[in-house]
Design a protein around this ligand. Structure first.
Ligand code: ADP
Length: 568
């Protein structure tokens, strides 16, 4: 049987008692007084009164009790909701006693984040989860009058493992088990604080670099207007940052604006431009040379929204470079002049020696023949004629060499490549040399190459080889051996002429191929210093190289290297 509601029970009780009272009192009255005084009507009236007042009492009580029940239900539901939100909240929450500062309750998130178990938490005070140096400030804060909802802001908390975290604290004053308490929500903001700090540090660093940089730094918007400029920029151009910001750069000369816009456009397409050299004009009108490097700055969506330009003043450097260039030109001109003068000296001494001697022989032989012809013996006449022929031919050879060199220098040497058999060419040259040597020198030839036909200028190569052979004989004693070798490897063909002659002093080797240059150990051996210059020219026309190795007193080895690409 369902339990009767309290207000009904009370009303019924009141009704029963009141009715009993009326009946008993009336009965009592009837017993002690005259019965006709207590009429039945009185009894009914009393009963009606009691009934009505009981009914009224019931209505009033019902209303009141209903209200209370509702409030109770709401309170219970609220409590349930609160405890659900408290326990399952992803943010650490706790309730602490405002007087003792002891933890009264904590949620799971707090247990998880702080590392204390529930039991450990409940044995701690809120001061225990602070770094000791923060406790005085906490105590001060607690001593102040607090609003019901307090946003305490940023605090440092210490986890069980000693790690310090930054938390944003909101607390709400509550009553808990009858005592004044505060409900706290602690939002861990360590990561964002660290990120903000990192950002601030890196922006501070950038700011320091920006301000201390000795080179000018500008940040332009996409339209080429200045957004930022550093102190070095002000120094370089003479305009202060305040005058520049928001403006197109006034230091770009009018004829360079298109170039400037193109630079900005290039940066906007993410191209990194380095050391772009151009001209800028200072506030005082002076033109300066600058070197500009640009790069794009991207926003969070990777879109280019600014362009940074680093500019250095290279006017001085350019001036120095120009000076240096001028000096270098002068030095080269001077060297050339000295070289020419040296060559002229060498030429003159060569002419005076090498031309004078044969000429005087020719002249004296001619004289002798003219004056004493009838008296001269047949043998001596022939000797004079031979002298004239030999020396005239030496003069002709020398003249040919000089002319070949001069022609080559003024109009370039003649170069007519045709298929040439190198083995044959060497064979012929060796044959001619043997004739000239008249058995005084032993001339050997070794052909170690299989493929010997190349595309070359036969005349030039023959001239070169003849020169090396005649030098080999000229600068080595009779009876010594001159050996010619022809061989080939992957890249090149090689012709080598080696002798056992006087050799060349090391200090003369470097200049040996210069026209008219002769080594200091030549003594009376006649020569013009032209042969090797011409030989070198001939070899280089074939894209080859002429090399020499020599040891004084032991002999010299001249090698012509020709590229294998000449083989047909
Ligand atoms: P020239 O022999 O007419 O003086 P070259 O130009 O042919 O001129 O040679 C230049 C110089 O190189 C020679 O004067 C000589 O000092 C040196 N030289 C050339 N070939 C030899 C060689 N085979 N042995 C020693 N010295 C040489």
């Amino acid at each position: 049987m369902p339990r009767m509601r309290l207000e009904l029970r009370l009303s019924l009780l009141y009704f029963a008692l009141a009715t009993l009272w009326i009946i008993l009192s009336d009965a009592l009255l009837a017993a002690v007084a005259v019965p006709e005084i207590v009429s039945a009507a009185q009894t009914y009236k009393g009963a009606l009164f009691v009934f009505v007042t009981s009914l009224l009492l019931f209505v009033l009580l019902s209303r009141e009790m209903g209200r209370r029940r509702k409030a109770d239900r709401a309170a219970r539901e609220g409590e349930m909701k609160f405890s659900y939100l408290f326990l399952n909240n992803p943010l650490p929450m706790w309730i602490y006693d405002l007087e003792t500062l002891a933890f009264l309750d904590v949620n799971q998130a707090a247990i998880d984040q702080y590392g204390y178990s529930r039991a450990e938490f409940l044995s701690l005070k809120i001061t225990d989860i602070r770094p000791p140096e923060d406790v005085p400030r906490l105590m001060e804060n607690l001593a102040e009058a607090r609003p019901a909802l307090q946003r305490s802001g940023l605090w440092r908390h210490r986890l069980k493992n000693g790690q310090i975290i930054y938390v944003d604290i909101v607390s709400y004053e509550v009553r808990f088990d009858g005592c004044a308490a505060a409900l706290v929500v602690a939002h861990n903001v360590t990561e964002s604080i660290r990120a903000r700090r990192d950002l601030q540090e890196s922006s501070e660093r950038l700011k320091a670099v920006f301000n201390a940089s000795p080179v000018a730094i500008f940040v332009f918007d996409t339209e080429g207007r200045i957004r930022l400029s550093n102190p070095a920029a002000e120094q370089m151009y003479g305009w202060g940052a305040a005058e520049l910001i928001g403006q197109r750069p006034p230091f770009v000369p009018p004829d360079k604006t298109t170039e400037f816009d193109a630079l900005i456009r290039r940066a906007l397409t993410d191209e990194i431009v380095t050391n772009f050299e151009t001209e800028r004009v200072r506030r005082d009108g002076e033109l300066i040379q600058v070197s500009i490097s640009t790069a794009a700055i991207h926003d969070a969506d990777s879109a280019v929204y600014e362009v940074v330009a680093v500019v250095s003043d290279i006017t001085e450097r350019k001036r120095m470079e120009a000076d240096l260039l001028e000096k270098e030109k002068l030095r080269l001109a001077l060297n050339k002049e000295v070289e020419l003068r040296n060559m002229r000296d060498r030429f003159m001494s060569m002419v005076s020696h090498e031309f004078r001697n044969p000429l005087s022989v020719i002249v004296s032989s001619g004289d002798m023949l003219e004056r004493y012809y009838p008296r001269l013996s047949e043998e001596s006449r022939s000797e004079h004629f031979a002298n004239i022929r030999t020396y005239a031919s030496r003069l002709t050879d020398m003249l040919d060499d000089i002319l070949a060199l001069l022609r080559a220098e003024s109009i370039g040497p003649e170069f007519k490549p045709t298929p040439v058999d190198l083995a044959q060419l060497c064979e012929n040259a060796v044959g001619e040399a043997r004739l000239k040597a008249q058995n005084q020198w032993q001339i050997h030839f070794a052909n170690l190459s299989g493929q010997t036909i190349i595309k070359a200028d036969e005349k030039l190569l023959r001239h070169a080889l003849n020169n090396l052979l005649s030098n080999a004989m000229k600068y080595s004693p009779p009876q010594s051996v001159v050996s010619v070798k022809l061989w080939q490897d992957d890249q090149r063909l090689h012709i080598q002429v080696a002798d056992q002659g006087i050799g060349i002093p090391p200090e003369n080797l470097k200049r040996l191929f210069e026209p008219f240059y002769r080594a200091e150990n030549v003594g009376d051996i006649p020569g013009t210093g032209l042969g090797l210059a011409i030989t070198k020219q001939a070899v280089e026309l074939h894209n080859g190289q002429l090399e020499v190795e020599s040891a004084v007193g032991l002999g010299s080895v001249f090698t012509i290297h020709l590229p294998a690409s000449l083989t047909t």
